[in-house]
Structures are given as structure tokens and as C-alpha cells.
Design a protein around this ligand. Sequence first.
Ligand SMILES: Cc1cc2nc3c(=O)[nH]c(=O)nc-3n(C[C@H](O)[C@H](O)[C@H](O)COP(=O)(O)OP(=O)(O)OC[C@H]3O[C@@H](n4cnc5c(N)ncnc54)[C@H](O)[C@@H]3O)c2cc1C
Length: 556
Amino acid sequence: MPDTWDTPLSADEIHVLAPFVTNLDRPIFGLRNLPEVVKGALFSRYSRSDKSLRRILLDEFMSAPEAGFAPLVDAALTDERQQMVVTQQAEAFYERVLIGYGDDSVAELGGAHVACESISNIAAKALEDSRIGINPLEKSTRYVAFDRQVNGCYRYYRPAELMASPHATRYVASMDRLFTTYSALMAPVLTYVRGHTPREAGTSLRAYNSATRARALDLLRGLLPMATLTNVGLYGNGRAFEYLLTKLAAAPQQELRELGQALQRELDQLIPAFVKRARTERGAAYARYIAANRAHVATLAHTLLPASQPAAVPAVQLVEFDPDAELKTVAAILYPHTNLPLEQVQAHVATLPPAERQRIITAFVGERGSRFHRPGRAFEETYYTFDLLADLGIYRDLQRHRMLTQERQPYGVQHGYVTPPDLVACGVAETFNAALEQAATTVTAIQADLPDVAPYAVPFAFRVRWRIKLNLREAYHLLELRSARQGHPGYRAIAQEMYRQISGVHPALAAGMRFVDLQDYALERLVAEQRLDAKLHARGEFDATADDTGIDGRGR
Ligand SMILES: Cc1cc2nc3c(=O)[nH]c(=O)nc-3n(C[C@H](O)[C@H](O)[C@H](O)COP(=O)(O)OP(=O)(O)OC[C@H]3O[C@@H](n4cnc5c(N)ncnc54)[C@H](O)[C@@H]3O)c2cc1C
């Protein structure tokens, strides 16, 4: 049976789908024989849909006459065998070229789209930890409700090693309670949100329902454990996939190692020459190297670091910055416009009065019409190191940035959890907190015996500590994007605070961050939804009464 939670595929559906996916019955599968734009559009639906990609392809793409799929299906069905032969021949030829060229970067020249469905959030984060060369898109906790049950079971990962242990019953009871609470609180929280932010004249029902529902799901996402099953689509190049496969092979969790093997199987059908080294002795040796070093350093950390309580530090702490940043950045701005050596430019900039330096920075930043007008590379000259302590929901969001260095500490319950003030006002905080506290007891019990799988039971409301080292250019991007009105209030607050701290130490360099939004909003998504209304109007597709979101919101 194809999908574990979707409507089963009929024989006809299997027939038309077969040429476009690398398998029909496993949760990890690749896309093939589809135009690039269709593959991208398919993955983008993950963020708003609870459906499997195969079901989306069938229901929303193949059956939409305007998508022009009929000739594609005919061609694929006729040519499938032919295509396989051509691909195999190309692979053989490519092997010879690759050997001749001998540079790893050749493997960046081909890519693949792979769907990873029904994976835990532990696995999703491991995939998304990739930076260069891998582009993920994940099911959103804001637009999709995670209350669905399949055969009477909530959709969370049950690690084999845990289910074979004496902790199994407790784990299941604890996770069930989180999901039951999440489902039960949805209606009262939505009623509360709608009661506190009534629809204003001029706001469509569609936009209002969508924005209020997103707000309710944002408030409740803290109950979801890291075991929550999700879908992630990955587009990546061969070289990046090879490294990802190696890292997965080195992972302590069985789920991740098996995910790596499943990915390898599908990539071997799409870009075999690019990823084959991951399954050779060379790949295995690299994975052993990663695993051995991690274990060694962990032992050293446990031995050499004091076992004392963590010091109380601000949740957002700028730990390090360059006191000479302004001088170095101004020199970097001028450098491409002269033939002088860098040291000489820096020495000259040191003699300039502050007003002159500011003039140069202002000219470099220019008239920014929007946050998309980003200053250039000279802003990569200076770095900021932040230590952050925030709930896992926020970490999950901010971890998605790639042009920086991020590393986290283990997922756990030792830093406590965050209860959104709105849940207190709504009168459901006690129920919310009780579900989290019983989960914390479960995590602690499992931790003693199975430390690598205990993190599956940690709900998103619990805090995690992580560091971010980023340059000023990425800070402009990240802080303006993540403080934008439509963002989650949790990470908006962090972005606002990071901005304040950077501005505090480098006011002249931060002055150009004009699009950091320091306001608070009751309904973050409303303006974005109203913009969507305008687009629907423009395409003649607007339905003023449409409520495509209902509280279950799974349909679209
Ligand atoms: C309101 C909001 C809702 C979101 N919803 C979802 C969701 O539902 N599902 C989901 O999966 N994600 C979601 N995201 C995350 C989003 O898709 C990005 O992964 C995340 O914001 C990182 O942004 P970025 O790629 O611009 O930044 P970074 O990764 O920090 O990169 C900085 C910049 O470098 C460039 N860059 C980086 N990598 C590449 C690359 N591979 N190719 C070309 N240019 C590159 C781009 O110009 C990019 O803006 C959401 C983000 C926001 C703000």
C-alpha cells in the first residue's frame, strides 16, 4: 500500500504515477520525468498540506487541466523504458568523464528532488542542518494542524530501540497525552483568538480565518514533541547529498541511519554517479571518522567541563563582536575601488573622522527600497557571535538559515519550557503545562537509559541553547526577515533583540537595517493574507466567503 496515512492509491493512479516517482510504496522517494518547475511547486505545497506528495501530484497537478499534464503522462508512459536506457548510458559516459576530471565539484553539476515523508522532527532537523547545496521545504506547524490520527494512532515516531525497552508504554502514553491536549485545545484557543481580534470591515473571511487559525496553531505548537512526523522535500546537488548521506550514516539515532540508507536507494536511481562514494569504503570511513570524533569530544567535554549549574545569562546574548569592525568594514567597502593594498587602505581609513566613515557606509548601503535591496560583500567583513536560549519551536525556525554558523546543544528539558501568555489569558495554561510536565518526566526517565532517543519525547515548548555566528550582511537579511510582521512572535522577539544588541555596539553599521520591524501585532499573518487576497482578486480567483482553513485545514 503506497502511503501510510493518505487515501490509498488506486490501480489507475499507480499506473499514471509510476513514471514520475522512484517508488510507489515507501515514504522516501525521488521525483523524475517532471519539469523542474513542477517539482518545485510540488515541494512548496508541503508547507500548507498534510497530504503525501504523491497524492498532491495526483489530486492537484495531474487532474488540473491547466497544468497541461496529459501529454507529459502520455510521453512518460510511452518512454519510460527508453528513458531508463538513456539514463544508464549517460551514467556510464559520465563515469568516464568524472574519472578524467577528478574533481569533487563536478558532482555539484547535477541534482535531484527527494521527498522524505513521515520522518520525525529529529530527522527533519538533521536534514535541514545542511547548508550549501541542499534546499529543504517542510510542512508548516503554522498552516497544518498535527492532530490527525491514522488507525487510532497519533502521528509521531516510535523509535525501535525505545519501543523494545521498558519505557515503551510510558512513551506512548506521554506522547498521546501531548497530541490529545493539542487537539482538545485547538477549538477553545481559536475561539479565544477570534474573540480578541474580531474581523474588521474590509477584511475578507478567508484572510481572517487563515490568520486567526495560524495564530491558534502558533500558540499550541509547543505541545508537539520532536517525535512529531512531518514531510520534508529536498532539492540538492550530488556533492551535497553525498555529504548528507555520510553524516546520516554517522548519526547515533537508528532513524537517521535508516533514513540515509533510504535516501541512498532513491538517489542511486536519479544521480548514482554523484552519490555512489557514500556507500563505498571511502564513505564508511568518513562516517566512522565523524562518529569517532564526536564521541571523543563528548567524553572530553564531560570530563573537563565543570558539572555546575548553567550561569544565568540573557536569553539573547551577544558574546563576541569586533571592536574594529567599522574601520575594517569601511576599508573593505573602499578596497575594490582602488589599487592600494588592504593594509594601506585600512591605515588610511583609521585617519578618517567618524563623519567621513559614516558617509562611506551610507553610500555603500544606498537607498534601500525594501529588505530585498541588500548591501554587498564588505558587510561580510565583520562577525557577531550570539548565544541563544529559546524554545525549540523558535530554534526550528531560525535553524533554517544557512549563510552562517549555527550549532546547538542537546534537545532536553533541563532549561524548562515557555507558556505563551495568550494561553494563560485563554484559561488553558494549566492543561498545556500539565501535558508538558508529564512529558518532561518521561524524557528524564528515558534519558537515563537511552540518551540518544530521549530527545524524541521533548516538546517544542522546551528551551534549547544554541550559538549563531553570522556576518553583518547575513544579519541584515536574517533580522529584517525574521522581525517581519508575518513571522512567529517568538522569533520576532529574538530578531528584534539581536538587532538592538548589534545596533548598540555598531550603530553606524546597523543604521542601514531599515526594515527591522520593532512593533508587536495581534494577528501577524493578517497583512500577508490580505496581500494574498489581492493576488487572488487579480487572478479572478477570489471567493469572499471562502473558508479554506477550517480548524483541520488539511484539505489545501
Ligand atoms: C514567515 C516565514 C514562513 C516560513 N514558512 C516555511 C514553511 O512553511 N516551510 C519551510 O520549509 N520553510 C519555511 N520558512 C523558512 C524559509 O523557507 C527559509 O528556509 C528560511 O527563511 C531561510 O531563509 P533564506 O533562505 O532566505 O536565508 P539563508 O539561508 O540565511 O540565506 C541567506 C540568503 O543567501 C542566499 N541563499 C542561501 N542559500 C541559497 C541557495 N541554496 N541558493 C540560492 N541562494 C541562496 C539567498 O539570497 C538567501 O536569502 C518560512 C520562513 C518565514 C520567514
